[in-house]
Design a protein around this ligand. Structure first.
Ligand SMILES: [Fe+2]
Ligand SMILES: [Fe+2]
Length: 173
């Protein structure tokens, strides 16, 4: 799907704003968590372990992309090192703690503990992502230069593209 390009609106026909790029990653993480929860609900523990691994890997990759590339770029451009990125880093640590607890619940095949923790994590993720999508990412798009190159550096940290392969429309070579 491509929109007709207009002068001065080149970013409308491609997914090249940081907000769009990072928001798409948030949605893939949400879908990966929902997939893991679905398998835990059905007590399909083999599939649940695999889906949880995929979710955990996607979250670890996304956190590294932000902490190692995006946040330092924002801090350098704005001089704000104790502002929004400090809050986001702290929230990442809270989520990492819950991810570790979830892994242990999955290992123990404890579905009620897993689903209780995953609900708490989902709420934290939604609150965190809302701050990034409504404030931090738009600020990055406004304040940082050479967004395409920045996105390239973010992608170089790692890819969660393995999560996309099950989608039927992307399955054909
Ligand atoms: Fe984040
Ligand atoms: Fe994020």
């Amino acid at each position: 799907m491509t929109l007709p390009s207009k002068p001065g609106l080149k970013r409308l026909d491609a997914m090249t704003t940081l907000l769009e790029f990072m928001t798409a990653a948030h949605r893939r993480c949400d879908e990966a968590l929902a997939a893991a929860e679905g398998e835990v609900c059905g007590k399909n523990w083999g599939a649940a372990a695999q889906k949880y691994q995929e979710f955990n890997a996607a979250m670890a990759c996304h956190f590294a992309q932000e902490e190692d590339v995006l946040f330092p770029a924002f801090e350098e451009a704005t001089g704000m090192t104790e502002g929004p990125t400090a809050v986001m880093r702290m929230e990442h640590e809270q989520m990492r703690s819950l991810l570790a607890q979830l892994a242990s619940a999955a290992g123990e095949q404890d579905s009620s503990r897993f689903l209780g923790l995953s609900e708490t994590l989902m709420i934290l993720i939604q609150q965190h992502n809302m701050k990034e999508e409504q404030m931090l990412y738009p600020m990055c798009d406004q304040r940082l230069e050479e967004i395409d190159a920045l996105i390239g550096r973010i992608e170089a940290v790692g890819s969660d593209s393995g999560l996309r392969s099950p989608k039927p429309e992307e399955g054909a070579p």
